[in-house]
Design a protein around this ligand. Structure first.
Ligand code: ADP
Length: 159
């Protein structure tokens, strides 16, 4: 049985992330989405809110689950017996950082592979930060994120 983890901030989850999640769910037997609470960015949504939104979005995919974790991704991978770490690549700008991460992880745990999914072209521009900006200025996010996320963004910015 092959297990993958898909770590990220998911602040909030977008159709770009969900595309990667669906594709990964066809590659391995089990996908564990790992929400990273305290990245260097100051988050818009709490971990609980991000968890709730992702749960709703993945409810129809049997082999995908979501949790959060503190500390190093590679330790989270080991604790869950993961064979694979999934990451997405949107553009060359993602590449250098992702390569450093993957190589550092490979040094610590050579048995765990990082697998990169190249973004589907319709999502290549899409990031959580664009979605947050669109929401902040009252724009329409419905083509970028699922309904539950649109709703939560509206609640956040109507306060
Ligand atoms: P992080 O803070 O770790 O970058 P994100 O939530 O921004 O977390 O992204 C998690 C992963 O999903 C990263 O590997 C990122 O490159 C990938 N990703 C984000 N948006 C997209 C997208 N539109 N298409 C493909 N991959 C994406």
């Amino acid at each position: 049985m092959k297990t993958a983890i898909y770590p990220g901030s998911f602040d909030p989850v977008t159709y770009g992330h969900l595309d990667i999640i669906k594709r990964a769910s066809r590659l391995v037997d089990r996908v564990i989405i790992g929400i990273i609470p305290n990245s260097s960015k100051s988050p818009l949504f709490s971990v609980e809110e991000r968890l709730e939104m992702i749960k709703e979005c993945i409810k129809d995919i049997d082999n995908v689950e979501v949790t959060s974790f503190e500390g190093l991704t590679i330790n989270f991978a080991k604790q869950n017996g993961a064979d694979v770490i999934i990451r997405g690549l949107r553009a060359v700008t993602d590449f250098e950082y992702e390569m450093q991460l993957a190589q550092a992880n490979k040094t610590v745990a050579p048995e765990i592979e990082t697998v990169f999914y190249v973004t589907s072209s319709q999502y290549s521009f899409l990031s959580s930060s664009i979605v947050r900006d669109v929401a902040k200025y009252g724009g329409d996010n419905s083509r970028f994120v699922p309904d539950i996320v649109v709703k939560k963004l509206k609640e956040k910015f109507s306060r």
